[in-house]
Design a protein around this ligand. Structure first.
Ligand SMILES: Nc1ncnc2c1ncn2[C@@H]1O[C@H](COP(=O)(O)OP(=O)(O)OP(=O)(O)O)[C@@H](O)[C@H]1O
Ligand SMILES: [Mg+2]
Length: 221
């Protein structure tokens, strides 16, 4: 899937926090959104994920404007094709690690349901294999961040939108997460990553600087 912001602007509290941003995020590529703190990376990422409507400009999915999309259409895109890893990780602290990954529980217990093989694989690649039955509130910041990534891996979505995925990780786990995203891209997924981390930026196929209205620059893979 191709995601495109075309001259997107966002006005919040009478202030333009995003101005005239244009970026094309292609399948098979990791696109980095970079820029100083407060430049609007998270806001632009939310616009690209249709979590926030732009005040001006348009967001296109596979070339089609989303301006007229009803709620049902957006929900289907989120449910069937999108995984988000957002800045607060979206972890359900009262639930087990397993449940946080599959987002499903059995009706009469709080035990996680879903595909056990995929669950195991998602926990293994994020280094959480032996933590599945624990309550998510017991995890450290970096472990919660990896849990949010495990959820995205489990979902196997075509579109992966990620906000600062390595902010709480050490170098080993950062490299693990970068490799995970590269593998998703190799499988033809579209990844959009708001980041400050030079190692993540280096791993991306394209870099978009937010706040300068600059064109997309290609970087060597
Ligand atoms: N709900 C809101 N109401 C008003 N202003 C907001 C709101 N959300 C964000 N902003 C402002 O929009 C600007 C851009 O915020 P955003 O979170 O997109 O920046 P960012 O580039 O992701 O920063 P960081 O690198 O610190 O995560 C900031 O100045 C912020 O204060
Ligand atoms: Mg941000």
């Amino acid at each position: 899937m191709t995601l495109e912001a075309r001259h997107v602007g966002v006005e919040l509290d009478d202030r333009w926090v995003v101005r005239d941003e244009s970026v094309v995020c292609r399948p098979g590529e990791m696109t980095a959104l970079v820029g100083p703190s407060g430049s609007g990376k998270t806001t632009l990422l939310h616009c690209l994920g249709l979590l926030q409507a732009p005040s001006s400009g348009d967001v296109l999915v596979d070339g089609e404007s989303t301006a007229g999309w009803r709620d049902g259409r957006r929900r289907r895109l989120w449910r069937d094709r999108t995984a988000f890893v957002l800045q607060d990780y979206g972890v359900m602290l009262e639930e087990s690690v397993h449940t946080n990954v599959t987002m499903r529980t059995r009706v009469w217990s709080r035990q996680a349901s879903g595909d056990p093989g995929r669950l195991r694989a998602a926990l293994e690649v994020t280094g959480l294999a032996d933590r599945g039955d624990e309550q998510a509130s017991h995890l450290s910041g970096g472990e919660r961040q990896r849990l949010a990534i495990a959820r995205a891996v489990y979902k196997d979505a075509r579109l992966v939108l990620v906000d600062e995925p390595t902010a709480s990780l050490d170098a080993t786990n950062r490299d693990l997460v970068i490799e995970l995203f590269r593998e998703r891209a190799r499988q033809g997924c579209t990844l959009v990553i708001a980041t400050h981390d030079p190692a993540v930026v280096d791993a991306c196929h394209a870099v978009h600087r937010v706040g300068t209205a600059s064109a997309l620059e290609a970087v060597p893979a």
